[in-house]
Design a protein around this ligand. Structure first.
Ligand code: NAD
Length: 260
């Protein structure tokens, strides 16, 4: 890798690749092209082969490790394995979310205690748990942590329901983490993406209509491309964003500025 590349010599940890349409894969590709060495998680044996195949394109020796973020033990084991490879991590991507399918249709008022708790645990708390675990690796040189969010955190998006409430917790966590870690030169930001046709998004009722609605209403009159999320993920990872922390950055063709 040329040392002129903006992320040359940096190591990134990527949480959230499920397949080639995953937002995490788009950001991983951008970080890789910019010279970063990457380590990937996969959630359970079901997704191992996919992640192996994709990450393998970055070199046979790319480390991929299991980690279900709902388990503290798995997070600890994941980072203990990372430690065997490196003492230093510069970048962390959190591109993970889950809520039971029945909570992502119909009315929010029907959300069960269990669905509420699961959505918050996996989609919001996990950022706090992963950040705490990566901290010793960033303590000396600082770092950049990026999480993925959606407009349903700030406004009502039909069917997004409890995931919107969990994303609000995620975005607030980004701000609190940014304050905790700023003195260590660790920045924490979120990218609020427009709707993308991914595995997770297909769990939300009405995705097709939502994509059409963005085309019709967003100032740019089109949906967002995966590569564009990759480019913003790269920007947040580089020194170009050295003074940006605690923010939610909208990459949504401008949809969020519209009222009508
Ligand atoms: N697709 C969209 O429209 C959209 C828009 C804005 C934000 N986002 C956010 O982007 C992120 C990535 O989603 P995506 O759209 O790329 O879909 P995706 O299905 O490709 O990725 C979701 C990832 O979450 C992981 N995950 C779920 N539960 C987990 C657990 N318990 N432990 C570890 N990993 C777990 C899955 O394995 C998967 O890799 C999510 O935070 C999502 O909310 C998506």
């Amino acid at each position: 890798m040329s040392s002129d590349l903006p992320l040359a010599g940096k190591t990134g940890v990527i949480f959230g690749v499920a397949n080639k349409r995953s937002i995490a894969w788009a950001i991983a590709q951008a970080w890789h092209k910019a010279g970063a060495k990457l380590i990937f998680n996969y959630q359970g044996e079901r997704l191992k082969e996919n992640v192996e195949e994709l990450a393998g394109t970055f070199g046979e020796d790319t480390l991929i490790l299991p980690c279900d973020v709902s388990s503290d033990e798995q997070i600890d084991t994941f980072f203990a394995e990372v430690k065997k490879q490196t003492d230093r991590v510069d970048l962390l991507l959190h591109s993970v979310a889950f809520a039971p399918r029945e909570a992502l249709a119909g009315e929010f008022v029907a959300t069960t205690r269990q669905a509420f708790s699961t959505a918050h645990d996996i989609s919001a708390y996990s950022l706090v748990g992963l950040t705490r675990a990566v901290l010793p690796f960033m303590e000396k040189n600082g770092g950049s942590i990026v999480a993925m969010t959606y407009l349903g955190a700030a406004r009502v998006v039909p069917h997004y329901n409890v995931m919107g409430v969990a994303k609000a917790a995620l975005e607030a966590s980004v701000r609190y983490l940014a304050n905790d870690l700023g003195r260590k030169k660790i920045r924490v930001n979120a990218i609020s993406a427009g709707p993308m046709n991914t595995l997770a998004a297909r769990g939300v009722a009405g995705l097709t209509e939502m994509l059409k609605h963005y085309e019709l209403r967003a100032p740019l009159h089109r949906n967002v491309e995966l590569e564009e999320l990759g480019a913003t993920g790269l920007f947040l990872a580089t020194d170009g964003a050295a003074a940006i922390t605690g923010q939610t950055m909208y990459v949504d063709s401008g949809f969020s500025v519209m009222a009508m």
